[in-house]
Design a protein around this ligand. Sequence first.
Ligand code: DX5
Ligand code: ZN
Length: 218
Amino acid sequence: MIAPSILSADFARLAEEADAVDNADWLHVDVMDAHFVPNLTLGLPVVQSLRKATALPLDCHLMIENPDRWAPPYAEAGAANVTFHVEAAGDPVQTARAIRGAGALAGLSVKPGTPLEPYLDVLKEFDTLLVMTVEPGFGGQAFMAEVLPKVRLAREHVKAGHLRLFVEVDGGIDANTIEAAAEAGADVFVAGSAVYNAADPAAAVDKLRAKARTSMAW
Ligand code: DX5
Ligand code: ZN
């Protein structure tokens, strides 16, 4: 699945920017609170409006403190997937259950420096693992290939039947880097600048999907 990130879109024209990628699988919505990450973007009211403005499933990526308190309302607002950061969570299992209880998929995200091994058990409660391939906070950064061993590890656990998860990568995904991520085991690809800085965003989505497909031998 390809999930264009509206972080790289025109925030004054979000409905049109969503329409421009109506061939995408998910629409990735980066929520930043200027505390967990230095940047500030958008929050629940914008997600509630976006929900009415597009038929695309919303993939909310919460880069916020206290997700135990603030993540479930994104599921209640109609997000398809709500991902929060393990580094910020007090009780990730309880929060995942609340998200699922409100009807969304639950996602757990790890920053580049956060190892996966301590959370393999917790991930049984989740539908999505989001492996950050840049430091969260900003679009347009360079892809960090050094985190791909975490993608491989997650894919191994899914293949072995220990986990049932989408393995999503986010940050620096473009036509040059998507194949390495797909080969390592990712099946959901977030792309901000590679989609919205392209002359034809929908064509960029199709191109990324085609490139990923050829590398998903696993
Ligand atoms: C970064 C965000 C990403 C960002 C990716 O913290 O989580 O979703 O939009 O942007 P690109 O694809 O430009 O690296
Ligand atoms: Zn993101």
